[in-house]
Write a protein that binds this ligand. Structure first.
Ligand SMILES: *[C@@H]1O[C@H](CO)[C@@H](O)[C@H](O)[C@H]1NC(C)=O
Ligand SMILES: *[C@@H]1O[C@H](CO)[C@@H](O)[C@H](O)[C@H]1NC(C)=O
Ligand SMILES: *[C@@H]1O[C@H](CO)[C@@H](O)[C@H](O)[C@H]1NC(C)=O
Ligand SMILES: *[C@@H]1O[C@H](CO)[C@@H](O)[C@H](O)[C@H]1NC(C)=O
Length: 449
């Protein structure tokens, strides 16, 4: 517990000091400051001041959910987690649940922050909504999951209500670091089945919510990449990694890093396992050019989650990385694969194409990924291997280049990174652009009505 208190104190101190830095940056008008030369027109963000019960206090319970992991170790480095090795500059044991912290820390160094809500184009709520949901999902409040968010709404209505009322919440946005499915239990489910009702509350319909996975139909949430373990601090570290990705020898044709597919019922993960087991014996190095056709990195029981070395090295050595759906359609692994320059293979549109439109433009999918409908594989005997072997080598090289070009957009660079690296738009910057545009469009639509 002592070490946890230490983390939180550090976090508080750092949050407070960077808030000051950002505020002075954004309010000063010196032309020598590189951040103020950026065009902030239509890009001003106001960070709503929330009581700590909506964010930092929630971290104090990080070890108290008996059927959920103790997430205290991953709070380090403002949510990036501990470094994988003491000497590592860019690699951390990142848990995707802490995207809310990562985002909060990063927005404090956003160059266009304003102290005046009346000039803001968007209002950010630094609420750790997914962490707050744990007490409903895995804790004592399971039977009151429809209350998730009510306290926040009450606060927004009672404390400076003018900020909400200016646009009835249409200019507000926040991050919730779990799939939207966890927050859309219908309000009339009694007893509750799964999830809280945060996204079902009319109180929050007007708010833009950033999640790692959205629902199939357009709603108030928008998907942003899961954080990977790669958080470079400067351009040199970033470029060194890109070099490594580009030069890496791809000795396996395809790789699957994950678990599942063990049971008897037909599903895509099972088909992948079966195909991999057979592929090893039926193909040889001579007729494929690969020393391994299929590589499975067994990640059952969450053993890979905070240990990126287990899967990043194999991904660097593979040409294609299979991204079958699991409990939900999306996977963090998609972004790990892109980071490793491994061409993702999707089996349903919900896994990425219909999700991450800001970060991975829909029309680019044929350039950087392969799509094989899962029904064809599971029920019609289509071999993944045949599809992938059928792609000419020259095409594969072009696809890999397209994947490498996407790396900056899916990474969350380290907070406090060098100005050189800040010139590359990362996942955070792209999410902010998307949120600002969504809010702008909404406000335009409203004013036309
Ligand atoms: C979190 O910790 C506080 C203080 O220890 C406690 O009052 C509260 O019930 C805890 N919440 C959960 C969900 O465990
Ligand atoms: C929630 O409600 C169910 C059904 O009424 C009950 O069995 C269960 O004990 C309750 N859980 C808690 C944590 O109160
Ligand atoms: C959401 O926006 C609609 C239309 O602008 C408005 O009527 C409604 O009151 C807003 N909801 C809240 C909770 O402010
Ligand atoms: C395929 O063979 C390689 C080398 O013999 C081995 O390391 C790998 O685990 C095998 N893969 C599967 C899926 O059996």
């Amino acid at each position: 517990m002592a070490y946890l208190t230490h983390f939180i104190l550090l976090l508080l101190i750092n949050l407070a000091s960077s808030q000051q830095i950002s505020n002075t940056e954004s309010s000063s008008s010196t032309t020598t400051n590189p951040t103020t030369t950026e065009d902030c027109n239509n890009r001003w963000i106001y960070i709503r001041n929330l009581p700590s019960r909506f964010n930092l206090d929630l971290l104090t319970n990080c070890s108290e959910y008996p059927i959920f992991d103790d997430f205290c170790p991953y709070l380090a480095n403002h949510g990036l987690g501990q470094k994988t090795h003491t000497k590592s500059r860019s690699w951390y044991r990142t848990d995707p649940l802490l995207l809310e912290l990562i985002f909060h820390r990063r927005i404090l160094e956003y160059p266009c922050l304003t102290n005046d809500p009346n000039v803001a184009n968007a209002v950010f709520l630094p609420y750790y909504g997914a962490i707050d949901s744990l007490k409903y999902l895995y804790g004592p409040d399971v039977n009151s999951s429809f209350q998730h968010g009510i306290g926040l709404f009450d606060f927004l209505q009672s404390d400076e209500p003018g900020i909400w009322n200016r646009h009835m919440g249409h200019d507000h946005f926040l991050v919730m670091s779990r799939p939207a499915w966890d927050f859309c239990q219908p309000l009339d489910n009694d007893p509750p089945i799964w999830g809280t009702s945060f996204l079902e509350l009319p109180e929050f319909y007007n708010v833009t919510v950033l999640v790692p996975e959205g629902r199939a139909w357009p709603w108030q949430e928008h998907a942003v990449p899961y954080p990977t373990s790669f958080h470079p601090p400067n351009l040199a570290c970033f470029e060194a990694w890109i070099q490594r990705v580009r030069r890496s020898r791809r000795v396996s044709l395809m790789l699957f890093a994950g678990g599942g597919g063990i049971g008897a019922s037909p599903n895509i993960r099972r088909s992948i396992r079966t195909e991999c087991e057979n592929a090893n014996t039926s193909m040889t190095k001579d007729n494929t050019g690969y020393s391994q056709i299929c590589h499975i990195v067994d990640c059952s029981n969450g053993i890979c989650e905070h240990d990126p070395i287990r899967y990043m090295r194999p991904m660097l050595q593979a040409t294609f990385c299979l991204q079958p759906p699991g409990d939900t359609p999306t996977r963090r692994s998609t972004f790990d694969a892109v980071t490793a320059g491994c061409i993702p293979v999707f089996f349903e549109e919900m896994s990425a194409r219909s999700q991450y439109r800001w970060h991975l433009p829909e029309e680019k999918y044929p350039e950087f990924s392969v799509f094989i409908p899962k029904e064809e594989v599971v029920f019609k005997g289509l071999k993944i291997l045949d599809v992938l072997m059928g792609i000419p080598r020259s095409e594969v090289r072009k696809m890999r280049e397209s994947v490498i070009e996407l790396i900056p957009r899916v990474m969350y660079r380290r907070h406090g990174s060098s100005l050189g690296l800040r010139t590359k738009k990362d996942a955070f910057d792209t999410a902010i652009d998307g949120a600002l545009q969504t809010i702008k469009d909404k406000l335009n639509d409203l004013s036309e009505q």
